[in-house]
Design a protein around this ligand. Structure first.
Ligand SMILES: Cc1cc2nc3c(=O)[nH]c(=O)nc-3n(C[C@H](O)[C@H](O)[C@H](O)COP(=O)(O)OP(=O)(O)OC[C@H]3O[C@@H](n4cnc5c(N)ncnc54)[C@H](O)[C@@H]3O)c2cc1C
Length: 239
């Protein structure tokens, strides 16, 4: 359409989309989060003039898209759950997502440490493996310790979630600590590889770019810090 690439339903990775839309004006009777509802949208049936999904080229190997909705009508029968309660349903999934992302970060971080250790043992400069130098070994050891600490918070959050208990603080902290641990491990791995860290054949540069995402998505580090400051520590709300 107009020279722009539009994804059709066949190119999409999903046939259905969960949409959060405002259905009720805010009022005095309900809390601030009330008034949004969730709907299931059939992407295959939606006309392209009413629902366009456009890829965004990013620094990652990731199917990132922007969605344009214009005049799309969705039958009330497609509503999921109670009217006005949609934001609550979305929030409910967010703790699980934070825990899942924390686990992904920990996986990334362990990959970086494994690669750094492997290269530290194999690469010989001036007659000794570079990993024998404490300047190389200690940052890798720090990265390992921080991953293990983040992993404990990840399991704590998972256990609370599994028991159906409150876990927002732990899920947010797990994501924060794990995202930091993976980014630190990425830097350590790149440093350990020296110039080879930038060479595509070592895979480090690709994963380095990918793991940077977790400082920003699905929630930024600042937003987690704001949550902890306000909801855990009781500091005044900043926004
Ligand atoms: C590859 C990729 C995939 C994504 N996938 C999804 C997806 O599947 N689903 C989805 O819903 N979203 C997705 N996102 C969006 C992502 O969740 C958002 O980009 C992210 O939450 C940050 O929001 P924003 O981009 O609007 O940044 P903004 O809100 O514009 O923030 C920009 C910067 O300002 C800071 N900032 C903003 N407000 C404050 C404040 N009050 N106090 C302190 N700091 C503040 C932020 O921390 C950030 O550093 C994806 C993004 C990317 C890059």
């Amino acid at each position: 359409v107009n020279g722009q690439k539009i994804w059709t339903s066949r190119a999409l990775q999903s046939d259905l989309m969960l949409l959060l839309a405002r259905t009720n004006d805010p009022d005095e009777e309900h809390p601030r989060w009330w008034g949004l509802s969730t709907f299931l949208v059939d992407l295959r049936a939606a006309p392209v003039e009413q629902l366009r999904i456009q890829p965004i080229a990013t620094m990652l190997n990731h199917n990132t898209t922007e969605v344009f909705i214009d005049g799309l009508e969705i039958p009330a029968a497609n509503r999921i759950g109670e009217e006005g309660m949609g934001f609550r349903y979305i929030l409910d999934g967010m703790n699980a997502e934070r825990i899942l992302i924390a686990a992904e970060c920990i996986g990334d971080a362990r990959w970086f440490v494994d690669r750094a250790v492997g290269h530290g043992k194999k690469r010989v400069v001036f007659g000794r493996p570079i990993g024998q130098n404490q300047g190389v070994a200690f940052p890798i050891a720090w990265a390992h310790a921080r991953i293990e600490a983040a992993d404990l918070m990840r399991w704590r959050a998972s256990e609370l979630y599994e028991r159906g208990e409150k876990c927002a603080a732990e899920a947010n902290m797990a994501k924060l600590l794990a995202a930091d641990a993976s980014w630190e491990a990425a830097n350590v791995c790149l440093d350990t590889h020296g110039g080879f860290g930038f060479a595509r054949e070592f895979d480090v540069e690709r994963k380095f770019r990918e793991t940077r995402l977790y400082q920003v998505a699905p929630v930024t580090t600042n937003m987690i810090l704001a949550f902890i400051a306000q909801n855990v520590l009781g500091l005044p709300r900043s926004y």
